[in-house]
Write a protein that binds this ligand. Sequence first.
Ligand SMILES: Nc1ncnc2c1ncn2[C@@H]1O[C@H](COP(=O)(O)OP(=O)(O)OP(=O)(O)O)[C@@H](O)[C@H]1O
Ligand SMILES: [Mg+2]
Length: 512
Amino acid sequence: MSDSIGTEPAPLVLRRVTVRFGSFTANDAIDFSVGRGEIHALLGENGAGKTTLMRVVAGLLVPQDGTIQIDGRVVRLTSPLDAAAHGIGMVHQHFMLISTLSVAQNVCVGIAKAGRLFPNLSQVARDLDEIGARYGLHVDPHALVGSLSVASQQRVEIVKALYRGARILVLDEPTAVLAPQEVEGLFRVLRMLAAAGTAIVFISHKLGEVMALSHRVSVLRDGRLVTTKATADTNPAELARLMIGEDLVLPQVDGKHASGPVAIETRSVHLRDEFGVPRLSDVSLAARSGEIVGVAGVDGNGQQQLAEILAGLQTPSSGSVIMTSPDGPIDVSHSGPGERIALGLSHIPEDRHRTALVDMSIADNAALDSIDRPPLARWGFLSHRAIRAFAARLIAANDVRCTGLDQPVMTLSGGNQQKVVLGRALAHSPRVIVAVQPTRGLDLGATVFVHRQLLAQCAAGAAIVLVSTELDEVLALSDRIVVMFAGRIVGSMTRAEVTLQRLGAMMTGQTA
Ligand SMILES: Nc1ncnc2c1ncn2[C@@H]1O[C@H](COP(=O)(O)OP(=O)(O)OP(=O)(O)O)[C@@H](O)[C@H]1O
Ligand SMILES: [Mg+2]
């Protein structure tokens, strides 16, 4: 697991790799290696350069300087096909699958170009079954990718890489999209692959995962390599310090916000999906201003639907949603997101990359929620100067690491894209905030920052519904916690009443 075992050269060695975007240096002379059978974790704040470095390995970026060696030989990787031919596979932060094709078809996309004109899909399906059986990576080769859960899509990405013969596997924040029990499943697969000799690069912001899974860990900061260490020789506190360059101060929560009147509530809401399957049953939930209500539960138990009902993206099959405006309660059951935004609701959606950003500059994205209100717009005219000033404030306040207002938002690092969405959602002192997995993909510092923001908004009188599968997060922030199971609220308790045992029992459907 060192650079070389005996005389055998390491599968992947990067030397002094440098990547610049214009005058900005995203990777500065980085040395990095992964041995056979090694799981090497790559850590760093949002924008530190992790994805960029791995895009070099995947053949998506050609560095301005430095070399890549595979099995001891210097190679030039100018396309993902090049990289695949050298045994490199990458599972991206944002998946690269085509949702209208089947799993087997997705696995073959691009291979045809490499010379095999007509892939034999039934043979591919058999091969996928075999890979699935060997590593516990089961996917239905005939399923449409668009119909699969996120965790299954991730398995497809891994299977795809293995099918193409990957001996070096790069996973960019693979756990950010998984529920805790799915993380365990992924780790089993990765350990098995490593035991079979695969060299693995694992990117994550979660230090617990890095400690549990990796053999070595490298830390990037501002595009430079800070250190590479054996995981056994370090600890989470040291890693946090290496990433941030200083100690991290956690926000103090006193647990007793002064809560006011109910700002939003659902009354006996039922929701059936397009196939008539009940997704929510008899859900009554109220959030008072100055209160954070945490919605806990294993992913997929109706939290997503509840958030969409609150935000106006879904209409209840029966029951109602009430928001309180300064003029009294208003039934908003049948009003859309726009009307609720006008009543002071702000929604931080789960899938921010897909639903919350458009392929334009940072400035334009920052202004998206605000272009119909002063000072950005007056009498139907947009003020570009006001938009730019607004965006500049948002970037400064949220520590969005970028080269300027005109940088296309899609070229920001994953975590910095999140910061734009969050900053936008919290910019107008919302009266109600529906936050779904608000810190997914954020580094430690940014996570603490968002927690502080939510606490500050709450102290200023916002009613916050916080949906999160991260129990630590729910426990750290919520005044009251409700647990969802199978589309129902199965329990509600104050922070003082919470025990992990009670919570765990409720989350798995055992009511006390
Ligand atoms: N195509 C590009 N044009 C300009 N700048 C870019 C481009 N791609 C990346 N960058 C910049 O390079 C820096 C490093 O980005 P990168 O995506 O590697 O960060 P990261 O460590 O993966 O962060 P995160 O944890 O948020 O995913 C960022 O500041 C980003 O804005
Ligand atoms: Mg990244």
